[in-house]
Design a protein around this ligand. Structure first.
Ligand SMILES: Nc1ncnc2c1ncn2[C@@H]1O[C@H](COP(=O)(O)OP(=O)(O)O)[C@@H](O)[C@H]1O
Ligand SMILES: [Mg+2]
Length: 460
């Protein structure tokens, strides 16, 4: 096993890997960043941009956008709505400046008349040192501070090109001459993408769990992993921890017949990312999958020790590790899964029995010392049809909302129903929108990656 330094460098090198521009909701990331001038990144709360900051996923505009929306999940929704509304008005296109101080507030009285959003004055909202009274460090005798030449100062604010609907048709039809600006939906989607791209230090591990089989754990592992992989610049891998012939490897085109068992056998020879890549398959979204042993007799032996060794190896090379768990909570690898996870996705179907099983999963976790994990987990109600019969899904959502960090509904989707390889492009737009929301919700917890106290293995 190589040192952390080596592996850290390795991961950075991989972060420069060219990224697919496939987005679940159509626009490429660059397009999503729009014509916003490059802005100096604002530090997100408690972090300062490692992998995603430069060659990372967000590109130059990413971290600033992330910072703008990187609010804790439990922040009042109003915060986000305000941001979205701002973005819709075009305020989001205003350059963010290192000297920006939200406490300074709006322009002084008398200057607050209706001004086109893209022409709104920036003076008065900034505390630029050296300009105006009270600047703590002036420009000094040698002239203005160096960031007076920043692109935020020099580039005229411009509206982002619209991404969808009649606005985009008009923009394209006029050869770019008429730009009606983004729609509220486009702005909201851009905000979600920025949340998905939140800086992540270290490796975030999330496991899909449910007591019941067939509720969509494997489907969620693949679709959520693909969403992260297609939007973020860092590496994302899904591991099949199913004890009984997991189906995760059937969700993307296979590139290798190697399994987790082979990787563990050769673990001592794995030094670089390219070494570990020989054991994984990569889908069109860039999501990699590490398959489980397909012989049921052998796979039964995938133990807690095996799982811990696998994750310890993978966390040197990947930023997000998703684990597709088998049905039930008592199988061999499960204790390892629960001990190393940063959070869980509790998967429920949109039915009474599905919801009861998911709730029983939470009860079991509470009773076995994983209360901290329950409060950090996200509940997903899967297979939501337009008409869910007599099941009151709002009450089901309320139930999980009281126990978990957040609840997201994933619609029934004909492409997912096929049970074959999953391509994000083939999903219905509302499914992609739900996945984007789910990925953003999960990413809101990235700042706490690795913060759980890892439990040691119990002596056997
Ligand atoms: N949102 C969905 N829409 C339509 N079908 C779905 C959806 N989620 C899962 N399925 C179907 O349910 C089957 C079982 O899902 P799967 O993810 O394998 O469940 P689990 O891993 O929990 O056993 C899949 O093969 C797929 O056909
Ligand atoms: Mg499964």
């Amino acid at each position: 096993m190589e040192s952390r330094d080596d592996t850290g460098a390795e991961r950075e090198a991989g972060d420069a890997t060219p990224r697919s521009s496939t987005l679940p909701n159509g626009p490429s990331r660059d397009a999503a960043a729009g014509a916003t001038p490059a802005t100096p990144p604002e530090p997100a709360s408690g972090s300062s941009g490692e992998a995603p900051s430069e060659a990372g996923p967000a590109g130059p505009a990413g971290p600033a956008e992330s910072a703008a929306v990187a609010v804790p999940a439990d922040s009042p929704e109003t915060t986000r709505r305000v941001d979205t509304a701002e973005a819709a008005r075009g305020d989001a296109a205003q350059p963010r400046h290192p000297g920006f101080d939200p406490r300074v507030g709006a322009a002084p009285p008398g200057r607050g008349g209706p001004v086109p959003a893209d022409r709104a004055p920036v003076a008065g909202r900034f505390t630029t040192p050296g300009h105006g009274a009270g600047g703590p460090q002036g420009a000094g005798p040698n002239g203005p501070a160096s960031y007076d030449l920043s692109s935020a100062q020099l580039l005229r604010p411009s509206k982002r090109p619209p991404q969808t609907g009649w606005r985009r048709a008009l923009f394209l039809g006029s050869g770019g001459l008429i730009n009606p600006g983004e729609s509220v939906g486009d702005a909201a989607r851009r905000e979600l993408i920025a949340r998905v791209n939140q800086p992540l230090h270290g490796c975030y591990k999330i496991a899909m769990l449910s007591l019941k089989g067939g509720v969509g754990k494997t489907t969620m592992t693949t679709t959520l992993g693909s969403t992260f992989a297609s939007l973020r610049g860092d590496r994302v891998i899904a591991v099949d921890a199913n004890p009984d012939r997991g189906t995760l490897s059937q969700k993307i085109p296979l590139e290798t017949t190697a399994t987790v068992r082979h990787l563990l056998r050769d673990a001592n020879r794995v030094r670089r990312y390219s070494d570990v890549r020989a054991y994984t398959s990569q889908g069109p979204s860039r999501l990699e999958i590490l398959a489980s042993e397909q012989d049921p007799a052998v796979s039964e032996a995938f133990s807690e020790v095996d799982y811990r060794r696998t994750v310890t190896l993978l966390e040197h090379f990947y930023n997000v590790v998703l684990t597709d768990c088998g049905t039930g909570l008592m199988h061999s690898a499960m204790k390892g899964v629960l001990d190393v996870a940063d959070s869980l996705l509790i998967v429920s179907s949109a039915s009474i029995d599905g919801a009861r099983s998911a709730s029983a999963t939470l009860d079991w976790l509470d009773a076995h010392g994983y209360r901290d994990l329950v409060s950090r987990s996200v509940a997903v109600i899967n297979y939501v049809r337009r008409s869910s019969g007599n099941v009151d899904l709002d009450r089901v959502s309320d139930h999980f909302a009281a126990r978990c960090r957040a609840v997201v509904r994933l619609p029934f989707d004909p492409h997912l129903e096929e049970g074959a390889e999953i391509e994000l492009d083939k999903l219905a737009s509302r499914t992609r929108a739900a996945l984007l929301e789910l990925a953003a919700t999960v990413a809101d917890d990235f700042g706490r990656a690795g913060s759980r106290v890892r439990r040691p293995m119990l002596p056997r």
